[in-house]
Design a protein around this ligand. Structure first.
Ligand code: ADP
Length: 500
C-alpha cells in the first residue's frame, strides 16, 4: 500500500509527547516489502538539522503562504521511510517547542501554521510532488492535521483518510474570526462541520470528515463516546462509532529492553530475574531511599498534571507510609504539584524520593528497580509506562481506564490460578481505591512469593511490541481503502449512466 503518514512531531526529529513516539515507530514498523510509507512533518529547524540530506521535490503556491512552500525530501532516521518536510519559513522556522513560545503560551498563529500544513498535505495527496506520487491512504494524527480531511473531501478521486485521536482533550480551538481569516470554504462553518460552540475546532475536521476514526486503545475508543470522557464531542463520536476503532499503541522494544538497557545497574531477563534486585538496591541508593529489600518500592513516572492523578498519590501518602512502602516519583508539570511533592519528600525522608524534571536514564532505572509502577491516571488514551513496566518485571498498579484497562490483567484468585494476572487494577479514581490496590500488591509481595514471581513473569512474557499493532493498522488501512473505493464507485456509477 502507498501510505502518507501526517504528524506534527516524530522522534528524534521533534518530540513533545507520546505522539512523537508513535509517529516514529508505526511508520517504521509498517515499512515492509509491499508498503510504501511516507511521513510528512513541518520543517522545524531542528527537524531539518537532524534529517540529514534533503532535496527539494516540489515548490508549491499555497493559500496562506506569502512565498513558495518547498517540500523537502529525505529519509526518516534509521528506516526505509521517505520523509517530507513542509518548508514554509514564515510558519515553521522557529526553534523550540513546535506549539509554544518560550514563555509557554501558544504561538499566536498556530491556526495559520497548521492550516498551511494541512494544505501542503492535501497538495501532496493529490499528486503535487515532482514524481507525481499519490498515496492510497492518508493517515492523520491529532488536531494539527484536522483540516486535511475536510479540505480533501471535495476532490474525486481522492485517497482514503484515517484520523487518529491520541488525546481528545487537545482540540485546536480558535475564535470564529480565525475561520474567516483562514479562507476556509464557508460551507464548513456549521455544527455539522468545524464549528464547536461558536469556535473553530480543527479536531472536529478530522472527527466529522475522515473516512474512519481510530484511537490508541479499544477501551478509550468506547470511553470517548460517553459524556465523562468525550470532552463535549461524545455525541459526535457516538454517531460515528460504527467507524471508530481502538488499536493499542505498541512500545519501542529496542529502546526498552531489560537485557540490553545501557541505563541499568545490571541487565536481566526472565531467566536471570534475580539480578533485578541489584537494580532495586542501586535505585534506592541513587534516590536516597533506605536500603531495604523488604519494602515494596513503588515508582511513578509522568507529567504532573490532573490527568495522571498525582493528587491522589499525594492524598494517600500518610496512609501509604503506615505500611512498608517506598515511593520514587519522577516528573514535571504543574507548579502546585511539584511544590506539594517537594514538601512531602521532606516529611518522609528515606521513604519518599522526588525528582522534578525530565530524566530519561532515571525513568529506565525506575522501570527496572521498582517492584511496582503506580499509574492512577484519571484517563489514559493508551499509556506507555505500564507497557515498559510489564517488560521490566515491574508489576503495574493501575486505574481501570483506557489503555491501562487493555494492557493490565487484575490479580484475582482466578487470574492468578490460570497465569493471566499481570498487575493490580482498581475501579474508582479515588485515593482509597488506589491505596487498597497497593495493599493487595503488598500482601502478595510479602506473603505469597510464588504468586508474586508468577505475576512478574507473566507480565514479562506479554508482547506489546509494535509489530502486532502495526499489523492491525495495516488491516484497517486496507479495510478503509476498500470502503472508500466502493463508496466512490457508488457515486460515480449513476453519473456515468447519465453521461455526466
Ligand atoms: P503521556 O504521553 O500522556 O505523557 P505516556 O505514558 O503515554 O504518557 O508516555 C510518557 C512517556 O514520557 C514515557 O516514555 C515516559 O517514560 C516518559 N516520561 C514522562 N515524564 C518523564 C520524566 N519526567 N522523565 C523521563 N521520562 C518521562
Amino acid at each position: 500500500m502507498d501510505i502518507l503518514f501526517c504528524t506534527s512531531e516524530a522522534y528524534p526529529l521533534v518530540k513533545t509527547g507520546g505522539l512523537a513516539d508513535v509517529s516514529a515507530s508505526l511508520p517504521r514498523a509498517l515499512a515492509k516489502p509491499g508498503n510504501d510509507v511516507r511521513l510528512v512533518l513541518p520543517a522545524y529547524p531542528e527537524a531539518v538539522e537532524r534529517a540529514g540530506e534533503l532535496t527539494t521535490v516540489a515548490r508549491l503556491g499555497l493559500e496562506g503562504a506569502d512565498g513558495v512552500v518547498e517540500i523537502l525530501q529525505g529519509r526518516f532516521p534509521d528506516s526505509e521511510v521517505t520523509l517530507y518536510l513542509v518548508d514554509s519559513p514564515q510558519h515553521f522556522r522557529r526553534r523550540g517547542n513546535p506549539y509554544l513560545q518560550a514563555d509557554g503560551r501558544d504561538w499566536p498563529d498556530n491556526a495559520e501554521r497548521f492550516a498551511l500544513f494541512a494544505r501542503a498535505i492535501v497538495a501532496i495527496a493529490r499528486g503535487a510532488l515532482d514524481s507525481g506520487w499519490q498515496p492510497e491512504l492518508v493517515h492523520c494524527n491529532d488536531w494539527q492535521t484536522g483540516l486535511v480531511a475536510p479540505l480533501l473531501r471535495s476532490h474525486t478521486p481522492r485517497p482514503a483518510v484515517l484520523f487518529t485521536i491520541h488525546n481528545l482533550a487537545y482540540q485546536g480551538l480558535f475564535p470564529r474570526q480565525t475561520f474567516t481569516r483562514l479562507g476556509l470554504p464557508a460551507t464548513l462553518w456549521s455544527m455539522d462541520g468545524l464549528e464547536f460552540h461558536d469556535q473553530l475546532s480543527f479536531l472536529k475536521g478530522g472527527l466529522v470528515f475522515a473516512d474512519w476514526l481510530s484511537t490508541v486503545s479499544p477501551t478509550y475508543a468506547r470511553e470517548i463516546c460517553t459524556p465523562a470522557f468525550g470532552c463535549g464531542l461524545d455525541g459526535l463520536l457516538k454517531h460515528r462509532s460504527d467507524r471508530l476503532s481502538g488499536i493499542l499503541n505498541g512500545m519501542d522494544c529496542v529502546e526498552w529492553n531489560p537485557s540490553t538497557d545501557p541505563f541499568l545497574e545490571r541487565n536481566y531477563t526472565v531467566r536471570t530475574l534475580q539480578h533485578k534486585a541489584d537494580n532495586k538496591a542501586a535505585l534506592q541508593a541513587e534516590t536516597g531511599l533506605h536500603a531495604d529489600r523488604g519494602r515494596l518500592l513503588l515508582g511513578f513516572i509522568g507529567r504532573l498534571v490532573e490527568q495522571k492523578a498525582i493528587d491522589l498519590v499525594l492524598e494517600a501518602l500518610d496512609s501509604l507510609f503506615e505500611h512498608p512502602f517506598q515511593l520514587v516519583v519522577l516528573g514535571s508539570g504543574e507548579r502546585r504539584f511539584e511544590t506539594r511533592l517537594r514538601h512531602a519528600a521532606e516529611r518522609f525522608p528515606g521513604q519518599l524520593a522526588v525528582h522534578i524534571g525530565y530524566d530519561e536514564g532515571l525513568a529506565h532505572r525506575i522501570e527496572a528497580g521498582a517492584d511496582c509502577l503506580l499509574m492512577p491516571s484519571r484517563y489514559e488514551p493508551c499509556g506507555l509506562n505500564q507497557l515498559y513496566s510489564l517488560r521490566y518485571g515491574t508489576v503495574p498498579i493501575v486505574h481501570r481506564t483506557g489503555g491501562l484497562a487493555d494492557s493490565v490483567v487484575d490479580h484475582t484468585e482466578e487470574t492468578a490460578a490460570d497465569y493471566t494476572a499481570t498487575g493490580f487494577v482498581f475501579e474508582q479514581d479515588t485515593s482509597a481505591a488506589m491505596l487498597e490496590a497497593c495493599l493487595r500488591a503488598l500482601s502478595c509481595f510479602e506473603s505469597s512469593r510464588v504468586d508474586w514471581w508468577k505475576l512478574v513473569i507473566t507480565g514479562m512474557r506479554q508482547d506489546f511490541c509494535w509489530a502486532s499493532s502495526a499489523a492491525r493498522y495495516l488491516d484497517l488501512y486496507i479495510h478503509v481503502c476498500n470502503l472508500v473505493r466502493a463508496e466512490m464507485l457508488e457515486v460515480e456509477q449513476p453519473l456515468r449512466q447519465l453521461n455526466v
